[in-house]
Design a binder for this molecule. Structure first.
Ligand code: F6P
Length: 546
């Protein structure tokens, strides 16, 4: 593999560094004052999503330089290689073709020369049959009783996307099943679920690409014992989704109850595969297909839209711009919709497991900060927690505000208040409040000159903090498909600029190995002899207290 030039040595990088000095001398308020059309100019559309970048520091000059950086780092070429099924996950020798899962247009996608479309169609058909059978009570639980609940066991990419979507699409649920998710190996997660569910009427899904993930295996073992103890059977009531069917069979699953996954689908982009089975069970096959279609529309936009209108391209480049040139170490995601409660957690994996890396694909150091720390809460809750820091700390933290125009409830006034708050926060972040206005308010409140001198800095709203607003017409399968695909491609673009392989995750391995070494000590074995004094001491304390 040809070695990558250090990012600092790219003329486009140096030009951006110089350019940031100029940009820092102006403010968002000044940019708006200079261009009355700014709101319209930087409002984009992609697959039905409206994305407002006007309250970021984007200018024609910045756009031009970010374009130079994208060209210098070959972002479009990497995108095309991904869509072409090339093994761009080089450290694992795998293609990255989640886009094929949602493109049912008949376009050809090949991995190692083999067309993958027929496999995807077969898996979708298997999912559809299963959904029909469960909804139509042709597939039943113990004693011939219809299924009432689905318990999904999986972690990371095998849980975050499905759990997010099942909750977000509550208004589209059909079939009457209760959907439950358990990821953590912590028995406090599984025990209350098992206590609340009836083993005779529960279908258990085990989603694990590798079928070796400790948490999921442990939970599956416990759930299997629970099924048997309650008069159910693993053969009839457990379904696996995995790229290792042999391991699932060895676990006791019936071959017909194993749905496929493939090495060319990354864990954190697997919700579009049979890992999305709980979504299909919750909302039905037609809605699951609408989800895929929404994502496919966004893929097409990413593949074909010219650079300056290509929204994931712009978002990815803005991420690099703020992270490396403005020193933003974090990124807040604030969905003004309770149903998107789990979006921040989903994006944490997507962003941080993909791009939280210091070594580039050629092994050279990336030399700059990469994935921001992603955090967030639904609005308006976040306003009463971390927004103080967003508005007044020295840190610059770009914020994504998500607004859904039309709610799926009819409680009067609530949605108006929600949207007004979301929109107001983007204003407050971008423009703040001038000291003159604050001064006037304090004077009007009768404060002394001495008080004002002390209070003014504490009540200062400097503004000039970037916000991206993403507006969805409704929260429906198509808009959510597009939204998640937008974020996936944004992460791809930023990773490509940084020269990272965004599709491996070696950083999660060491902890797993060390946990396996420590585990026997909790069952009475002698602890590893080479433990450091902190770990040995804590282990002894834990064992003594049990
Ligand atoms: O945490 C590492 C990881 O491999 C994630 O990338 C993945 O989504 C998760 O574990 C679950 O993996 P699996 O689907 O193989 O159980």
């Amino acid at each position: 593999m040809p070695s990558l030039p250090p990012l600092h040595e790219l003329p486009a990088w140096a030009a951006l560094a110089r350019h940031q000095g100029e940009c820092a001398a102006t403010t968002l308020a000044a940019l708006f004052a200079a261009d009355p059309d700014r709101g319209r100019r930087y409002r984009f559309e992609a697959a039905g999503l409206l994305v407002d970048l006007a309250k970021t520091h984007l200018t024609p000059a910045t756009l031009g330089r970010l374009g130079d950086l994208a060209r210098a780092t070959g972002v479009e070429a990497w995108r095309d290689r991904m869509f072409a099924g090339e093994p761009i996950n080089e450290s694992e020798g795998r293609a990255v073709l989640h886009v094929a899962l949602r493109d049912r247009s008949g376009r050809s996608y090949r991995v190692d020369g083999e067309e993958v479309g027929p496999r995807i169609d077969a898996a979708l058909a298997q999912m559809a049959t299963l959904v029909d059978e469960v909804h139509g009570c042709k597939r039943r639980g113990a004693g011939g009783r219809p299924f009432e609940n689905v318990l999904h066991l999986g972690i990371g990419g095998s849980e975050l996307g499905p759990a997010l979507l099942v909750e977000a699409l509550a208004a589209h649920h059909t079939g009457g099943l209760g959907l439950h998710f358990v990821a953590n190996v912590d028995g406090h997660a599984l025990a209350p679920r098992l206590a609340a569910l009836d083993p005779a009427t529960t279908l258990v899904l085990v989603a694990s690409k590798t079928f070796s993930t400790e948490e999921t295996r442990k939970n599956a073992e416990t759930a299997a014992a629970w099924l048997r103890h309650g008069g159910g059977t693993v053969e009839r009531q457990m379904v696996a989704i995995t790229a290792r069917p042999d391991a699932a069979r060895a676990f006791g699953l019936a071959p017909d109850n194993i749905l496929p996954l493939w090495d060319w689908v990354g864990g954190r982009t697997s919700l579009w595969s049979a890992v999305g089975l709980p979504i299909a069970l919750a909302v039905g096959t037609a809605n699951f297909r609408a989800l895929l279609a929404g994502a496919a529309r966004l893929d097409e936009h990413f593949r074909t839209a010219p650079f300056e209108f290509n929204v994931p391209m712009l978002l990815g480049l803005l991420e690099v711009w703020y992270t490396d040139f403005w020193g933003a170490g974090a990124h807040a995601v604030v969905p003004y919709d309770e149903r998107l409660r789990r979006l921040p957690a989903y994006l944490q994996q997507l962003e941080m497991e993909s791009n939280g890396k210091a070594a580039r694909r050629d092994g050279s150091p990336v030399g700059v900060a990469t994935a921001p720390i992603v955090f967030g809460e639904p609005g308006t809750n976040g306003q009463h927690a971390f927004f103080q820091l967003l508005h007044q700390s020295e840190r610059l933290i770009p914020v994504d505000v998500l607004l859904v125009a039309r709610p799926d409830h009819d409680l009067p006034g609530h949605h108006d208040a929600l949207l007004a708050n979301g929109l107001a926060q983007t204003q407050a972040l971008a423009f703040g409040q001038s000291d003159a206005v604050t001064h006037q308010a304090l004077t009007a409140a009768g404060r002394s000159a001495e008080d004002i001198a002390r209070l003014l800095p504490q009540r200062r709203f400097p503004g000039n903090r970037p916000a991206t607003t993403i507006l969805l017409d409704r929260l429906d399968p198509a808009s959510l498909g597009a939204l998640l695909a937008l974020y996936e491609h944004k992460v791809f673009v930023a990773g490509a600029v940084w020269g990272l392989n965004s599709y491996d995750q070696w950083g999660v391995e060491l902890g797993k190995v060390l946990a396996r070494r420590l585990a026997p000590a909790f069952e009475g074995d002698t602890p590893p002899p080479d433990l450091d004094s902190s770990t040995a001491g804590l282990l002894a304390e834990l064992l003594a207290r049990r």
